[in-house]
Write a protein that binds this ligand. Structure first.
Ligand code: ASP
Ligand code: MG
Length: 299
């Protein structure tokens, strides 16, 4: 089985989700599809939290309405309908970080509902999974620490399901949220901004996946930020160690926690352009090859 991760930029509009559908439709093996919140939804939800926190009701409602309108428009273009409603925040208002996680996690819960409904609509059978039950963390809100053994057991259990007859001989597609998790007592948590890559790596690791692929709006891992340097070059192959060093140096390539769970099991990580799925992209794997290109990423 494989793990695919689609970031916010890849699912920021209806075309992006259609493209995701085309990529999944080509698959013959089982895929766990990890999806981020659409476009800049996480930032928008942060504004909702801030307004909530400050009890600025009108401001909060305005910000919330923008999120609703944005998702409704995408849904209508895709011909799907998913209920959108303010996440209930069953928490006291005395812990900002806890309130943040209850609200901000909604971006991924909603994006995955829409993606799942769209896949169903175009005839790709799939199931939606709730990572607030499957990715177990402690209660360090906004920077939750993953309880790996419990997560491993929970995720392996749901992937051990017996396919019904109509599912047999088909690739089994599961759609799940990046970035979010939950505590044992059911409170939602988040792993830190841009944490969806890390989720994909964890899922790949606990399921002993054949590979993990991060689909991005760039050709792969580049030697520099392409927005700043037009001569940025693609790095075709990287060792886990070099990738880790790059991520730690502030390169906006992959979340820095992504490498370890994969390195640990020698699972290859591909970074590929989602608009050109046949392109080779970059591969991070066990290799003796050293990075021999000048790299200009930096904080
Ligand atoms: N949606 C979250 C964020 O924007 C997680 C992610 O995109 O990886 O930080
Ligand atoms: Mg995001």
């Amino acid at each position: 089985m494989k793990v695919y991760k689609f970031g916010g930029a890849s699912v920021r509009d209806a075309d992006g989700i259609r493209n995701l559908g085309r990529i999944i439709a080509r698959e013959t093996s089982d895929v766990a599809v990890v999806v981020s919140a659409m476009g800049k939804t996480t930032n928008a939800l942060e504004r909702v939290v801030n307004a909530l926190w400050l009890r600025e009701t009108e401001q909060m409602e305005r910000e919330w309405q923008l999120i609703v309108d944005y998702h409704r428009e995408i849904q209508s273009k895709l011909g799907v309908e998913v209920e959108i409603r303010m996440p209930d925040a069953p928490v006291s208002f005395d812990n900002y970080d806890e309130l943040y996680d209850q609200v901000v996690s909604y971006g991924e819960l909603l994006s995955t509902r829409i993606v799942s409904a769209y896949l169903t609509r175009v005839g790709i059978r799939n199931r939606w999974l709730d990572m607030t039950r499957l990715l177990r963390t402690d209660a360090t809100f906004r920077a939750a620490q993953v309880d790996y053994p419990t997560t491993e057991r929970l995720i392996q259990d749901v992937f051990r399901y017996r396919p019904t007859a109509e599912y047999a001989n088909r690739a089994k597609i599961s759609v799940l949220q990046g970035f979010i998790g939950g505590t044992g007592d059911g409170r939602r948590t988040t792993l830190g901004r841009e944490g969806s890559d890390y989720t994909a790596a964890l899922v790949g690791s606990v399921l002993n996946a054949d590979s993990v692929t991060i689909w991005k709006d760039v050709p792969g891992i580049l030697t520099a930020d392409p927005r700043k340097d037009p001569n940025a070059k693609l790095i075709p192959i990287l060792s886990y160690e070099d990738a880790e060093r790059l991520a730690e140096s502030g390169a906006q390539i992959i979340h820095r926690k992504t490498i370890f769970p994969l390195e640990h099991k020698a699972i290859p990580l591909y970074v590929k352009p989602f608009l050109d799925p046949d392109a080779a992209g970059s591969i991070i794997c066990k290799t003796n090859q050293k990075l021999n290109m000048p790299v200009q990423w930096g904080k």
